[in-house]
Design a binder for this molecule. Structure first.
Ligand code: GAL
Length: 826
């Protein structure tokens, strides 16, 4: 039996103070938000790196910025990457001055990520480059800074066409900081916090803190680490004395005991902070805060994953990094909303397919209690796309992988390091050598978490020993091979790293039910009987296999949210690494998720909820607006986590159905997963003659009514109704309110097929952030104040300014009563 016990905790660096002229008298550690007032220009610009280059007609903007989401959608762009201009050259420049009093300090610039092939100049001098768009990086600017004078930083990005299998975005799409440090300071990612001993009674923290002396003379410092609980009270501390010669760095290890620690768990994601103060002659010259949690993780080939000793089946999702209509530009609230919606569905785990996530995503998962597989690569040396990471692999893989781990190792949410997804070396004889090398790098950086990878070549990846190089083996789309693998390799720890890949479009129901795509439609039916690509299979296949094979850790369904790009099943799949892929234009975003691109749940959301949550729920589909089909049979499905469901139409019962009596059977004609299937023991279904009115389901558990849902036939659309997810947001220029816009009839029923064009007027202390509707085939801009409803719904996202006040939003559409709502900002 193979068993890994990892008891570590993790944290994350975060900055310090936000102003260049900080009031922190003794602290020279200032991480300055450096997102504001950049100038941007698209296209090649000879000499744009030069200090005196004329940028007077460039566009002024704040970061994070994704130029690709500005569009336009065009058939000439690859549908695989969203039909948006994710390639080309983009330049960013920023002028800044650093007061003379900072002369002698160390000045650095830190990017959380730039997409991609970033090259950076300061005052015309080339500083450095970083090809990989998903990794954070920092450059020392000190030698070329002019104190008291204007400095110009210039960044050129050159993302290439055919460089990604999904929408990557383009631009400086993550946060940027300027750092002003004393020569003696804690460098980037300078703490590593683990918890070698954890019980409910006490925990031992092991804190490794690196201190760097980039000054000209030797220095003696005191390192004081204070541990703060989540109320901000200091619960423990430790002090060390260090002497550092000029030009050296040292890593000091402190062991700190915490009595009765509050553990980080899924239901109570308790976090602590380590505040590391560097003191010289009694003055604080650096202060560095790391967030971390105290928990244990273990992985076992027989009984799965345990968090703090408790078995947790991983109900996971894979997610790409884009934020739907907002594109790839990182935003904390948009990220948090995504994961809150996932949590509502019952998700407890995330695989950051197929690249290092934003720091914000890990912060959100730490706070919400979601465990994470942090994935590094989609390619090694073998290319999946012409201009993919394979071009950079030899030169950069080690630094990129080490930096990902250094950046993320303090997060309690991170439980595994993934070295790759479906890498093509799986079928190569010597592929295992690269796997071993990457695996060793991970263990070298962090021996507290296991490594993993997602394998889809079966049995090739096992025969050539590649799968044997990682600690925990992820299998993509192989539900019926888990047991076989377990038999062959009883010690292997296994899980479904990618599962299902079912496809659908929200609110679309093709009748009669059929297992094929509807001819001519670029939408996929939400009966979830059509599956999608050949490797896909319905969710319940995985539910059953997971239940029958409790040695599995769980699954990571593809994907939590629809994402831009990869509009499979349209356009087929081009693995040939060349050419465009637009034969089914227009369709520009994925169909895979139970939640659409705007964040609205599809029916499948409730199928997962029925499996992954305990709070009683019941869901019914389809909608109940079938004018012209009166008297014809309509298939009705119900999803519940209770025992049985009774269906009523206009008060008349169509009988109760009991859940789970038959194992999910794949009808013979659907063998091989090419097609979907129903019924299954996870869906209850009726065929009922249509009559307009009320369709109602009541769920019973142990004979008692525990949940109900009713949908009514909507009469003609008469009004617009807006519901903001939050009516109070922060006046910080970043916070967002997501406003669901419903087209309703006179009784307030959602009109399930309405497609009215809604125009928005936004007044006061907010701006338009984006619009969307979840329609995978819409080529309308995400950035104009209007949107057509798609099956009754569209979404408006408004952003605060830095002025507190009110955002007044009016929605109107010809023939409908308009509506106005107010969002407060403070
Ligand atoms: C997998 C792949 C994912 C995505 C998915 C779609 O093979 O790892 O990135 O392409 O298929 O079903």
């Amino acid at each position: 039996m193979k068993y890994f016990l990892f008891s570590k905790s993790l944290c994350f660096l975060v900055l310090n103070f936000t102003l260049i002229c900080s009031a922190q008298k003794n602290s020279s550690v200032n991480d300055i938000n450096f997102n504001k007032d950049w100038l941007f220009s698209k296209g090649s610009q000879p000499s744009a790196e030069k200090k005196d280059f004329d940028d007077s007609n460039w566009r002024k903007l704040d970061l994070p910025h994704d130029w690709a989401i500005e569009g336009p959608f065009d058939e000439k762009y690859n549908a695989r990457t969203g039909g948006l201009p994710v390639h080309g050259i983009g330049w960013y420049r920023k002028n800044f001055t650093i007061a003379p009093k900072y002369a002698g300090k160390k000045i650095a610039i830190e990017f959380d990520g730039a997409m991609n092939n970033a090259k950076v100049w300061l005052n015309g001098v080339y500083i450095g480059e970083r090809p990989f768009g998903y990794i954070g990086f920092e450059f020392d600017l000190t030698p070329h800074i002019k104190f008291g004078e204007e400095n110009v930083i210039a960044v050129q990005l050159s993302p290439e066409d055919l460089a990604s299998r999904w929408y990557s975005g383009a631009g400086i799409y993550r946060n940027v900081r300027l750092k002003i440090n004393n020569p003696l300071h804690i460098p980037q990612w300078g703490t590593f916090i683990t918890t070698p001993e954890v019980s409910r009674e006490r925990a031992i923290l092991n804190i490794q803190t690196t201190i760097k002396n980039s000054g000209d003379s030797a220095g003696k410092v005191t390192l004081q680490t204070n541990i703060l609980d989540n109320n901000g009270s200091t619960v423990a501390s430790s002090t060390s004395e260090l002497s550092l010669k000029s030009g050296t760095e040292k890593t000091d290890t402190q062991e700190i005991e915490i009595i009765k620690p509050r553990l980080w768990d899924l239901d109570s994601p308790n976090l602590y902070k380590a505040v590391s103060q560097v003191k010289k002659d009694g003055d604080i010259i650096d202060e560095y805060t790391s967030s971390f949690g105290i928990r244990t993780i273990s992985f076992n080939s027989n009984d799965g994953f345990k968090l703090n000793g408790k078995r947790i089946p991983l109900n996971g999702v894979c997610m790409h990094h884009d934020l739907g209509p907002l594109g790839a530009a990182v935003n904390y609230r948009a990220t948090e909303r995504q994961m809150q919606i996932m949590k509502d569905m019952g998700v407890n785990a995330l695989r950051t397919s197929h690249n290092p996530p934003s720091p914000e995503m890990l912060e959100v998962c730490d706070k919400l209690g979601i465990v994470v597989i942090d994935e590094a690569f989609d390619e090694w040396k073998e290319a999946k796309v012409i201009n993919g990471y394979n071009k950079y692999f030899d030169e950069w893989h080690e630094k990129d992988l080490r930096d990902m781990i250094k950046r993320d190792r303090n997060h309690p949410s991170v439980i595994m390091w993934s070295i790759g997804n479906e890498i093509l070396e799986q079928s190569k004889k010597d592929g295992w050598k690269i796997a071993k090398m990457l695996n060793d790098i991970c263990h070298d950086e962090d021996n507290t978490r296991p490594t993993t990878a997602g394998f889809n070549y079966y049995p090739a990846a096992f025969k050539n020993k590649l799968a044997h190089q990682v600690d925990v083996v992820g299998m993509n789309y192989k539900p019926y091979n888990y047991a076989e693998v377990k038999q062959m390799y009883p010690d292997m720890i296994i899980y479904g790293s990618e599962t299902s890949s079912q496809t659908s479009s929200r609110g679309v129901y093709h009748l009669p039910i059929q297992a094929d795509l509807k001819e001519g439609s670029k939408h996929v039916s939400s009966y979830d009987v059509v599956v999608g690509p050949p490797w896909a299979y319905p969710p319940e296949v995985e539910f059953d296999v997971q239940n029958e094979n409790p040695f599995l850790l769980g699954e990571f369904m593809w994907t939590g949210f629809d994402y831009l790009g990869e509009p499979t099943p349209f356009g087929g799949r081009d693995n040939s690494t060349n050419g465009y892929w637009n034969d089914d234009w227009p369709s520009r975003s994925s169909y895979f998720a139970p939640v659409d691109l705007a964040g609205f749940p599809k029916d499948r959301f409730y199928l997962y909820q029925s499996q992954w949550t305990n709070e009683p729920m019941v869901h019914v589909l389809p909608h109940w607006n079938w004018k012209g089909k009166e008297g014809q049979n309509i298939p009705v499905f119900a999803y519940t986590n209770a025992d049985e469901v009774e269906l009523f139409i206009n008060g008349k019962s169509y009988g109760r159905k009991i859940k789970g009596i038959n194992k999910t059977e794949i009808p013979a004609e659907f063998k091989g997963f090419e097609k979907g299937m129903y019924p299954s023991r996870h869906r209850l279904s009726w065929d009922v003659p249509y009559q307009s009115g009320a369709l109602k389901v009541i769920a019973y558990k142990d004979g008692n009514k525990v949940a109900e849902k009713e949908i009514k036939t909507a009469s003609k659309p008469t009004g617009i109704h807006m519901i903001a997810d939050r009516n109070n947001i922060a006046a910080d220029g970043k916070d967002l309110s997501f406003i669901t816009v419903r087209i309703e009839d006179e009784h307030g029923n959602l009109h399930p097929i309405a497609d009215n064009l809604v125009k928005f007027q936004i007044e006061g202390d907010g701006v338009l952030a984006a619009v969307g509707n979840g329609d995978q085939t819409s080529m309308a801009s995400f950035q104009i104040p209007e949107r057509k409803a798609f099956n009754g719904l569209c979404l408006l996202i408004v952003k605060s300014t830095e002025k507190s006040g009110r955002i007044k939003v009016t929605a109107s559409s010809p023939g409908l009563d308009p509506e106005t709502i107010t969002v407060r900002t403070e």
